[in-house]
Each structure stands twice: as structure tokens, then as C-alpha cells.
Design a protein around this ligand. Structure first.
Ligand code: OSB
Ligand code: MG
Length: 371
């Protein structure tokens, strides 16, 4: 396959409901869409990807502007008009660019879509997926009050989601979890701290133990492994790493150090589908369950996530929910929805298998470039 053109779209969409994590509240989402055009098996095809970097460097060091700079200046020259036998080769071809995984993933994932379309198969099949529906959970941000949080959880449980994740931060943790358990009983429940705590909080985090959480996600700093290992020795709740796992090698170190019992996979964080498959396989070999994280993606990134989450070691429900929780309308038609059993169907058409509505992309676009 050969990519002949890369287009970037800097987009902004309002969120249906604000989303608050330990690092701040957002009312809209700014992101970069990637469209590739090229030749595969002697025919012209397109492919779409979504860079999950945000406008600010608070979840990760990448931003929409760094993604733009790195793709236009460094990734495009290494990819355009190069011949690849398979999209799995692209991540490796970008090796001399250090970091910038979200920029790499946007292009790499678009290339996988192009490849799957050109071979007439759903992306899930090309990736090695083994199921045709994925289990769906929701991530619920910090709210203005615990009453408001209970209202949100009630609504999501009624919609059928298989598990609830709530964001926590100092001052919005043990009491919030206690209130959820008191109100909803033994529902599948997990928490995400987005690195808001330090080892000085170990005793406080141990107070979550009696609540039988599925996991606590990224309690400590975004680049830490060894303190998480110490924390895991002191608490019963399984530690799950998100931010810290930005390469397959760090995942190996974290597993060896027993810093986590579960890993969250976000393809943007590790550089695309190929490194995600490697991370998935590494975890499977060590009997570490994985689940698919979310980054408030539009329907394009969300569709990619659904395909990846069809691999067998995605054993816990993902943060992959219906489009209408995020954007109305979404950039795809029909929007992604869940069925009453809390699952989402893996699209069966070629590639990501969703219809992209170009007029909606154009309307959301603040800047465009063709490389
Ligand atoms: O840590 O998982 C996270 C959203 C933005 C940045 C980081 C995270 C999240 C979420 C949202 O939790 C998951 C979703 O897309 O619903
Ligand atoms: Mg997280």
C-alpha cells in the first residue's frame, strides 16, 4: 500500500454535557482528524483516523498543535509515497520520532482503515478481533454535587451500560464511592484519579478497599511505575494504569514490578493499532486483563476503538459509549448506540464501517491542510 496524500482537519465540537476530571472541566472537544488517500491493491481508497490529543497538555504532553506540527513536519515525509506491505509496518517506520504517540496514531490508524477498506474487510478482522459485539461502560466526570452524580449514574444504568466509572480527586473520592454503593448496591464500579494522588495518600486510598471496586485507574503520577507498585502492595483494590503506559516496554516493566493488575489500552497513547495489539498480546501472556479506554472521541475515533476492543483479551467493559452521550449530532451516521444488554455492535462494513458526514466535518473544521 502507498499513501499519497494526508489531510488534517482541526475540529471543535461542543460536548452534550461538560466533562470534568481531576485536571479540569471541558465544555467542548478540540481534536485533529486525519484523512489519508492512497493506493492499495491497485485501487484508490481513503482512510480516516482521529488524534486524541486535546487543546491543552493536561492529560498528556501532546496537544492539537503539537500533533499538527509533528504530522506535517515529520510523520508525513516518512509516510507519503513510501510502499508498505501492511499497515503494521508504519509504527516501526516512525521510530526515529520520539514520543508523539497521538500524532503517530492518527496517521497509523487512518492507514489501517485504508488497508481494511481496500481488502474489503471490517477493520476488526484485519486487527485480529474475535467478537462481533463489545461490552460498553461509561465514564462519568466529577459533578457539581453528589446528588447530580447519583442522577447521572441512575440514567446510565437505565440505558443498560455494563459498568460505571467515576472520576475521583482529593475531596471527591471515598464519600462519593460510599454514596454510590449505598444508593446502587453491588453494581460493577471503578474509579479513575487521573494521577491526582501521591504516596502520602496511600492510607486514604486504602479506605476504598471495602467498596469492592473493579479497579482504581492511575491514582499516582502520569509517568510513575514504582510508586504504583508500592501502592498496590498497600491496597486491595486492583491498580489499573492508563497515563503511565505509553510504550509496550513500560507495560512490561510495570507488569514485572507488579505496579498494576489491569491495563487500560488507548491506541492514541501508545502510537496506534499495531502497538496496541502488541500491548494486548503482552498482557494476555501475563494474564493481565485489558479494557479499552476513551478520550471523548468523535464517531471516527470511537469506531476505531470498537474494532480494536473486539480482540480477545479485552475482558472488561470499555469506556466506549453511545455517540449521544458526547456529540449531537456526531460526525457519523447512524450514530454509535448501545443495545439494552449494554453492548455495541462491531460495524461490519469495510474499514471502520461507519458513514462519515463530510458536511458536519466541514462545519466543525477550524483549519485544514493537505500534505
Ligand atoms: O483518563 O480515561 C481517561 C477522557 C479524557 C481524558 C482522559 C480520560 C477520559 C475519560 C473519558 O475517562 C472516557 C470516554 O471517552 O468516555
Ligand atoms: Mg483514565
Amino acid at each position: 500500500m502507498k499513501i499519497e496524500k494526508i489531510e488534517l482537519f482541526l475540529c471543535r465540537l461542543p460536548l452534550v454535557h461538560f466533562f470534568e476530571t481531576s485536571f479540569g472541566r471541558s465544555y467542548d472537544r478540540t481534536f485533529v482528524l486525519v484523512r489519508v488517500e492512497g493506493d492499495a491493491l491497485g485501487k484508490k481508497h481513503e482512510g480516516w483516523g482521529e488524534c486524541v490529543a486535546e487543546a491543552n497538555p493536561y492529560y498528556s504532553s501532546e496537544t492539537t498543535e503539537t500533533v499538527w506540527h509533528i504530522i506535517a513536519g515529520f510523520i508525513a515525509p516518512l509516510v507519503i509515497c513510501q510502499v508498505f506491505d501492511h499497515p503494521r509496518e508504519i509504527f516501526r517506520a516512525l521510530h526515529r520520532i520520539r514520543g508523539h504517540n497521538m500524532a503517530k496514531a492518527g496517521v497509523e490508524m487512518a492507514a489501517w482503515d485504508l488497508y481494511a477498506r481496500s481488502t474489503g474487510q471490517p477493520l476488526a478482522k484485519a486487527l485480529g478481533g474475535t467478537r462481533d459485539r463489545i461490552a460498553s461502560g461509561v465514564s462519568i466526570g466529577i459533578q457539581d454535587s453528589l446528588d447530580q452524580l447519583m442522577g447521572k449514574i441512575e440514567k446510565e444504568l437505565a440505558a443498560g451500560y455494563q459498568r460505571i466509572k467515576i472520576k475521583i480527586k482529593p475531596g471527591w473520592d471515598v464519600d462519593a464511592v460510599a454514596r454510590v454503593r449505598a444508593t446502587f448496591g453491588a453494581i460493577p464500579l471503578q474509579v479513575d484519579a487521573n494521577a491526582a494522588y501521591t504516596m502520602a495518600d496511600a492510607a486514604l486510598l486504602a479506605r476504598l478497599d471495602p467498596f469492592d471496586l473493579l479497579l482504581i485507574e492511575q491514582p499516582l503520577d502520569y509517568d510513575d511505575v514504582m510508586d504504583h507498585a508500592e501502592l498496590q502492595r498497600r491496597i486491595k483494590t486492583p491498580v489499573c494504569l492508563d497515563e503511565s503506559i505509553h510504550t509496550v516496554r513500560i507495560a512490561r516493566d510495570a507488569i514485572d514490578a507488579k505496579a498494576c493488575r489491569i491495563i487500560n489500552i488507548k491506541p492514541g497513547r501508545v502510537g496506534g493499532h499495531q502497538p496496541s495489539i502488541e500491548l494486548h498480546d503482552l498482557c494476555a501472556r501475563h494474564d493481565i486483563p485489558v479494557w479499552h479506554g476513551g478520550m471523548l472521541e468523535s464517531g471516527i475515533g470511537r469506531a476505531h476503538n470498537i474494532h480494536l476492543a473486539s480482540l480477545p483479551n479485552f475482558r472488561l467493559p470499555g469506556d466506549i459509549a453511545a455517540s449521544k452521550r458526547y456529540y449531537q449530532p456526531d460526525l457519523i451516521e447512524p450514530p454509535i448506540d448501545i443495545s439494552s444488554d449494554g453492548t455495541i455492535a462491531v460495524p461490519q462494513g469495510p474499514g471502520i464501517g461507519v458513514n462519515i458526514v463530510r458536511e458536519r466535518i466541514d462545519k466543525a473544521t477550524l483549519r485544514h491542510v493537505s500534505l
